[in-house]
Design a protein around this ligand. Structure first.
Ligand SMILES: Nc1ncnc2c1ncn2[C@@H]1O[C@H](COP(=O)(O)OP(=O)(O)OP(=O)(O)O)[C@@H](O)[C@H]1O
Ligand SMILES: [Mg+2]
Length: 300
């Protein structure tokens, strides 16, 4: 089973649309897929799935210990199920890290080929950790400066989190903190120099950090493309990420803006069903294939 995480920091770039498109395409290819609305603060994946009022939600997992298999609801697309978000909960934003980790553990045991997590906006530790732990990591951007700036911030936080997690795993966090505090004494002024220093004095860190870094393989999707010339943004961002963040990155492709998408909501049918937007279906099919080509997954 493969866990996919769709994130990217900024709100409104189309993380939920892309999650839904990936799930729809994989299910139409005959795979068993479970979409998870992991946007604890603003769940709306059910609306993309054409489910007005979900009967179950993650609230029952967190508060009543109901198994995820029971919470997962069928959608109108064969093979595609949905675990709806914390709708109607009074404490949506206040889930503890322990609760979120427990959710991830249970997700791994689901009987499905693919579990796709629609992440919320922002760069909270839980969102970053979920993204880092996923097998397939998808970042959604839009062709505007603010969205791209936010995405770079997301990646920067992701890298810092990866560094912090590696140090914690090895019990070196406090010693590393001390070095950073007294960095002038060590002749360190940048993060890059800090990491290089840590690598020299802690060979076990160096090895582990390399392993952790290898686990990050980013697929970038450019959504909300309105004009032909905006398509270049995807390639440019991909190159910049490779160059500045040293992340293994591939460009999965673009999704065009569809002015009629809003009309596909609230009709009790999934937004991307066969009769829905041809452009969006076509683009999201290409994206899914692009990701699978860049990162072939052995059959679950
Ligand atoms: N390709 C597109 N064409 C037209 N409208 C789109 C497209 N992608 C997204 N939208 C619209 O933009 C809004 C945001 O999309 P979506 O909810 O998928 O983004 P998000 O990144 O999940 O946002 P959030 O961080 O708030 O969860 C929605 O109203 C959606 O209908
Ligand atoms: Mg969303």
């Amino acid at each position: 089973m493969h866990i996919w995480a769709v994130g990217g920091g900024k709100g409104g770039t189309g993380k939920s649309l892309v999650s839904n498109g990936l799930g729809t395409r994989l299910a139409e290819k005959g795979q068993q897929v479970i979409l998870v609305d992991a946007d604890y603060g603003g769940p709306n994946q059910h609306t993309y799935c054409g489910i007005r009022k979900p009967d179950t939600s993650l609230v029952q997992f967190f508060e009543e210990r109901l198994p995820l298999e029971v919470i997962a609801q069928k959608t109108a697309i064969a093979g595609l199920r949905l675990i709806p978000g914390n709708i109607n909960s009074h404490n949506t934003d206040n889930l503890t890290t322990t609760q979120k980790q427990k959710l991830f553990r249970h997700l791994k045991n689901l009987a499905a080929d693919h579990v796709i997590l629609d992440l919320g906006a922002g760069t909270g530790y839980d969102t970053l950790d979920t993204f880092l732990q996923a097998d397939v990591q998808v970042g959604v951007i839009a062709p505007d400066t603010l969205a791209i700036e936010n995405f770079y911030l997301f990646l920067k936080n992701l890298k810092y989190r990866q560094l912090g997690n590696t140090l914690s795993m090895l019990g070196l966090r406090d010693r590393a903190k001390d070095i950073w505090k007294n960095r002038a004494e060590h002749g360190i002024s940048t993060t890059k120099e800090f990491v290089a220093h840590l690598r020299t004095i802690f060979p076990e860190f160096s090895e582990r950090f390399n392993e952790e870094q290898k686990k990050l393989k980013l697929h970038v999707v450019l959504n909300l493309v309105r004009e032909h010339r905006q398509a270049e943004v995807g390639h440019a961002v991909k190159s910049a990420i490779g160059k500045f963040f040293h992340i293994d990155v591939s460009y999965a492709g673009q999704v065009r803006y569809d002015k009629d998408l809003w009309q596909l909501f609230g009709q009790d049918t999934p937004a991307l069903h066969r009769g829905g937007s041809f452009t969006l279906r076509q683009d999201l099919e290409r994206i899914t294939e692009g990701i699978l080509n860049a990162q072939p997954l052995e059959r679950a």
